[in-house]
Design a protein around this ligand. Structure first.
Ligand code: UDP
Length: 241
């Protein structure tokens, strides 16, 4: 790949800023230290959080690529900035759930910690304006956000990714409770996009059940930087050598 130069900002989200580059097919995703929760109502910053999330995401994208999952990940520009393929984001948040936590325990009579016999895949409409409401296939098709074939494909990919991540994280003593995925279209294919990090996953310590993710920020359970560092030490121990 020729030398990549950052050009103008394309989009700044709650935790990442996306830049165009001198290569029209390549974008830079900068993982920032900012944190938001509850639809942006709660905001803060945590030192090195962007760095830990970028490194965790990098490692998990690489693991998935090695297992044959196509992702937008191309490499790292530096410690906090990821090179990614330009894709057309599908406006669906795909959420595989292995253990009940968060919104599913508020909307349905599942006790927190209930282990689903088989993973539950939930889809939310990616729309801040509408508060990310839950979708089913018919609503997604009616909204025009994806075709039935694409929906079937993203669910199949989400289950495969869930299996790969669960097995991988178990070895590091982490339970993958639930997580959010975003997919994009590229040259007629569907590829995994966005990030996989402490901001987008619920990780529980397999021994103690301690939250090791953004719930620490959401519910003031402790030190965010220290928590994200704990996860980074397990998933990317090489950055501490
Ligand atoms: N999630 C996310 N972005 C969102 C919504 C959810 O990354 O906009 C992740 C969240 O961190 C959790 C999973 O998706 O790992 C399920 O979130 P849930 O629906 O339980 O929402 P919450 O309880 O956080 O409101």
């Amino acid at each position: 790949m020729p030398e990549i130069e950052i050009k103008d900002e394309l989009y700044s989200g709650k935790a990442k800023t996306i830049y165009n580059t001198n290569d029209p097919d390549v974008m830079v995703s900068h993982f920032r230290d900012s944190l938001t929760a509850f639809d942006g109502k709660k905001k803060s910053e945590a030192e090195k959080k962007g760095y830990y999330n970028a490194q965790i995401s990098k490692k998990l994208f690489e693991m998935l690529e090695d297992a044959g999952i196509k992702t937008h990940y191309l490499g790292m520009l530096d410690d906090e900035r990821m090179l990614v393929q330009r894709v057309e984001i599908i406006l669906i948040e795909v959420i595989p759930r292995n253990i009940a936590a968060g919104s599913i325990t508020r909307k349905y009579p599942f006790e927190e910690g209930f282990r689903f016999k088989e993973p539950v895949v939930v889809m939310d409409y990616k729309s801040d304006e509408h508060g990310d409401p839950m979708l089913n296939d018919d609503i997604a098709v009616a909204l025009g956000v994806a075709t039935r074939e694409e929906i079937a494909k993203v669910k199949e990919l989400a289950l495969k990714i869930n299996e790969l991540l669960t097995t991988y994280l178990e070895k590091q003593g982490l339970l993958l409770v639930d997580f959010k995925l975003e997919f994009g279209r590229r040259n007629g294919e569907i590829v995994l996009a966005d990030e996989i990090s402490c901001d987008t996953c619920r990780f529980w310590d397999a021994g103690t059940g301690e939250s090791l993710d953004k719930d620490v920020f959401r519910f003031d359970k402790g030190d965010v930087t220290g928590t994200y560092e704990k996860v980074a030490r397990r998933i990317v121990p090489e950055i501490f050598e």
